[in-house]
Design a binder for this molecule. Structure first.
Ligand SMILES: Cc1ncc(COP(=O)(O)O)c(C=O)c1O
Length: 373
């Protein structure tokens, strides 16, 4: 199999573990083992204590699948396959797509959402939002993108990297369109539960149609990327069966300790998620003040959801060079838009971490030196 380099992941590999301030990470502040175990319910704590480190069931631990199914109306544990989130994208596309198929995907975005399809030999058309309209995705632009051989529409809301979230009406018309055309929807919902206004949350795709597939996971809103636990949820058992057979060639089954910790986290979601949302809301206020006082440097669209945003940088021509110099001189890491195949004028900010204030102060000092106060 030939596939292009995942440029954003390589950029993170280069800087993530040496930069002092990660101002571009998309995940929320991570929990420690002891924090998680302290809030775990008695049953999960007992399972943790008695855990034997054997292989686990390919579809996922039954109790974990049950806890995941509870996140979706009308789904049962059999409608869930536990995967590493990134693995879910890979397996779904391998299961559904053939060379010569056509795919439409939200763009800019997480590279695997279109790159895996391309590596299979699919032609991918991009559905891009309008920056001048606050990164709004316009559903009227979708019909001309669809073809007779369009086999999949891939969307990611809340959207990485812009923080865009369609309103309910827009989303309903998208769903109606693909239903009419008989095209399955693959909805990457990794940033679900980080909607800044909970009333704006979209219904998960897997609830809306038996053929639609939702991708979820604990990496972003729960702040538990180190568990490497995610899932694919759909009432289309045929897709799950094909993905399970392919999973035998990737991970076979999930890590036993991670499954139990994931169960504990899901059962404690009423404590974890409000705390993460509060941090993101507080950090967004810091960001607002930061962008207000640096309006000469950035053109900013306030994100509607999630823990990331994608401002345009006004004072440099090449944000890749800007980010490389910034991290070298100040220890502050931002991700340039080149890592999203989206030119050299934007950067991605992430605002889910505890040390955002200190990182922004360091960045402010650098910008003042570069552009004048
Ligand atoms: C939109 C989106 N989907 C999937 C993933 C993959 O998640 P993970 O890194 O936990 O496998 C990410 C990670 O950044 C993401 O942003």
């Amino acid at each position: 199999m030939k596939i292009e380099t995942f440029v954003l992941e390589r950029f993170f590999a280069k800087h993530e573990f040496s930069a002092q301030y990660l101002l571009s990470s998309s995940d929320c502040e991570s929990l420690s083992m002891s924090e998680l175990l302290n809030m775990a319910d008695a049953e999960s704590r007992g399972m943790w204590k008695d855990l034997r480190l054997g292989y686990t069931e390919t579809p996922g631990h039954p109790a974990l699948r049950e806890a995941i199914a509870e996140l979706y109306k009308g789904l049962s544990p059999e409608d869930v396959l536990v995967v590493v989130p990134e693995e879910g994208i890979f397996l779904l596309m391998q299961a559904l797509l053939e060379p010569g198929d056509h795919v439409v995907c939200t763009f800019p975005g997480y590279q695997s959402l279109y790159e895996v399809a391309r590596s299979i030999g699919c032609d991918v058309s991009m559905w891009a939002p309008d920056e001048a309209q606050g990164w709004r995705f316009d559903v009227r632009e979708l019909p001309p993108l669809l073809r007779k051989n369009t086999r999949l529409l891939v969307v990611n809301f809340p959207h990485n990297p812009t923080g865009s979230l369609p309103d309910q009406e827009t989303y309903a018309s998208l769903v109606e369109l693909v239903r009419q055309r008989g095209i399955p929807l693959f909805s990457d919902e990794m940033y679900r539960f980080l909607e800044l206004d909970p009333a704006s949350s979209l219904p998960p795709a897997c609830e809306m149609d038996p053929r639609f597939v939702s991708l979820g996971g604990l990496s972003k809103s729960f702040g538990l990327p180190g568990l490497r636990i995610g899932w694919v949820a759909t009432r289309d058992r045929g897709i799950l069966d094909r993905m399970s057979r392919l999973k035998d060639y990737t991970t076979i089954c999930s890590s036993a300790p991670s499954e139990i910790l994931a169960l504990a986290a899901l059962r404690s979601r009423d404590r974890i998620l409000p705390a993460q949302r509060a941090r993101v809301q507080e950090n967004l206020r810091l960001l607002e003040r930061f962008f207000d006082s640096h309006s000469r440097c950035f053109q900013w669209n306030r994100p509607q959801s999630g823990s990331i945003c994608f401002p345009r940088v006004e004072i440099v021509e090449d944000t890749f060079l800007f980010c490389e110099t910034l991290v070298k001189e100040t220890g502050v890491m931002l991700a340039p838009s080149r890592m999203f195949h989206y030119g050299d004028r934007h950067v991605r900010f992430g605002f889910g971490r505890d040390d955002l204030r200190e990182g922004l102060e360091r960045l402010s000092g650098y910008l003042d030196r570069l552009a004048g106060p």
